[in-house]
Write a protein of this length. Structure first.
Length: 190
């Protein structure tokens, strides 16, 4: 079983903002799967298969800065053998925006720190480890106050870069499941 979690903020107000790229990516995996709210794990979920492997797609409905609450519940429910361990292995994939990457860039990382990303910091704090796979989607730094930048929508000319990035990130997550993280890193991190 694999757990692919896209970080974002719930609600129409935040739909398709820079901070919700993680949501956008998981919605693209497997041709826009139907998500349903599961309150006990504080997330919208969709069950799919990739290359014969069971996958749970998740969009936490906690706000970004408290993503770890939902991720911890999801891991305990769907990856119970790894819950409470210091190493989550290759079955947990977190997808999120990253201001330190140029707009449109994708980078796969494993075991990296949170940087300035409060959602990722929350996940690390709740899991007690940073040893999980991340698909980082570059949203660029922009200008202005950081919280205003990440909660803003993309400009029209940026969407020509963002839409293909979202599609590539969805393909990246699928490749991690089907062919392994090392193979995906060789393809997408070059």
């Amino acid at each position: 079983m694999f757990l692919i979690i896209g970080l974002g903020n719930p609600g129409e107000k935040y739909k398709h903002t820079r901070h919700n790229v993680g949501y956008d990516v998981v919605e693209k995996i497997f041709n826009n799967p139907k998500f349903q709210l599961h309150k006990h794990v504080q997330a919208e979920l969709a069950n799919i298969e990739i290359s014969g492997k069971k996958v749970v797609l998740a969009k936490p409905v906690t706000f970004m800065n408290e993503s770890g609450k939902a991720v911890e519940k999801l891991v305990k429910n769907y990856l119970p053998a790894q819950a409470g361990q210091s190493r989550i292995t290759n079955e947990l994939i977190i997808i999120h925006d990253d201001i330190s990457l140029e707009l449109g860039t994708i980078k796969i990382s494993r075991g990296a720190g949170a940087g300035n990303h409060h959602g990722v910091k929350s996940v690390i704090d709740h899991l007690g480890t940073q040893d999980f796979i991340r698909v980082r989607c570059g949203i660029g730094r922009g200008s202005g106050i950081l919280s205003d930048v990440v909660l803003s929508s993309f400009m029209q000319d940026e969407l020509d870069i963002v839409r293909p990035m979202v599609q590539r990130a969805a393909e990246t997550a699928s490749m991690i499941v089907s062919e392994g993280v090392e193979h995906a890193m060789n393809v997408y991190n070059t």
